[in-house]
Design a protein around this ligand. Structure first.
Ligand SMILES: [Zn+2]
Length: 100
């Protein structure tokens, strides 16, 4: 019988599990240095991911990452929906024939 070998193997596995748990818990409870506490959006970095842009057609603010983007006369335009984008461009097209 190889009782003893099996038993020491089990103890080793339990020891490793306890160690892993210990390090995980220690990492959880230890506050990281240099990190500011009280940020409202911890997942959002300093980038422009969460920037709000104004829909020039219906005048609502939409997040940049979900907005519909088009370029017109070198300007970046953002819309809440494709419908708004099409309507806005349609209106601009109608007006552009007049000198304004
Ligand atoms: Zn819109």
């Amino acid at each position: 019988m190889e009782w003893r070998g099996f038993d020491s193997m089990r103890i080793l596995i339990i020891l490793i599990l306890v160690l892993v748990l210990y390090y995980m818990l220690r990492g959880l409870f230890r506050p990281r240095k240099g990190e500011r506490v009280g940020r409202s959006h911890p997942n959002v970095g300093e980038g422009t991911d969460n920037e709000l842009v104004k829909d020039p057609y219906c005048l609502v603010y939409v997040p940049l990452n979900t907005a519909f983007h088009t370029k017109r006369e070198g300007k970046d335009l953002f819309f809440c929906s494709k419908e708004c984008m099409n309507r806005y461009l349609q209106e601009r097209k109608d007006n552009s024939s007049d000198a304004g």
